[in-house]
Design a protein around this ligand. Structure first.
Ligand SMILES: [Zn+2]
Length: 152
C-alpha cells in the first residue's frame, strides 16, 4: 500500500463519517481487504443506537466479518478511521487480526494507538497491526471541530 492508498482510504472514512446521526460525533471507519477493496463501512452510532460499544470501528468490523472469508478473522485487512481508536476499538482490531490501521486525527485524551496508550503495538501481543496516523489529519480534525462548535 502506498501513501496515496492511505489517503484514498481515509477519504472513504470521511465519507462514512458523514452518515453519522446529528447527535453522534462524526467518526467514520472503513475496512479494506488485502487488495484495497472496500469490505464494509460504518459511522459512529452510539447515540443513534443507544449502544456504548457502537463506535464506527466496531460496527465496520462486525459488518465485514459477516461477509469476509474465515469467520471472525479479518487477516490481511486494513482499517481506515477518521480518529485515533480508543482502547475498546484498538483491542477489537487486535482480536480481529487486522493487518494495518490507518487513522486521521490524533486523539490525545483517549487515543489507544500511540497517544495515551499503544494497545496495538504492545510487544507482549503476538499479533500487532501496523499503524499509520495523521493521514489527512487536518480534514479529519476539522470535521470534529465543526461538530463540537455546532454543539455549543
Ligand atoms: Zn472506539
Amino acid at each position: 500500500m502506498t501513501p496515496q492508498d492511505d489517503e484514498r482510504m481515509i477519504r472513504a472514512a470521511l465519507d462514512a463519517a458523514a452518515a453519522a446521526s446529528d447527535a453522534d460525533v462524526p467518526v467514520g471507519a472503513v475496512l479494506f481487504d488485502a487488495d484495497g477493496v472496500e469490505l464494509a463501512r460504518a459511522a459512529n452510532a452510539r447515540e443513534a443506537s443507544g449502544d456504548p460499544t457502537a463506535h464506527a470501528e466496531i460496527l465496520a468490523l462486525r459488518a465485514a466479518a459477516r461477509i469476509h472469508g474465515d469467520g471472525w478473522r479479518l487477516e490481511g485487512t486494513t482499517l481506515a478511521v477518521t480518529l485515533e481508536p480508543c482502547t475498546m476499538c484498538a483491542g477489537a482490531l487486535v482480536l480481529a487480526r487486522v493487518k494495518r490501521v490507518v487513522f486521521g486525527a490524533w486523539e490525545p485524551k483517549t487515543g489507544a494507538v500511540g497517544s495515551l496508550w499503544d494497545v496495538v503495538r504492545d510487544r507482549r501481543l503476538t499479533h500487532r497491526p501496523e499503524v499509520r496516523g495523521g493521514v489527512l489529519e487536518d480534514e479529519c480534525a476539522g470535521l470534529l471541530e465543526s461538530f463540537f462548535q455546532d454543539q455549543r
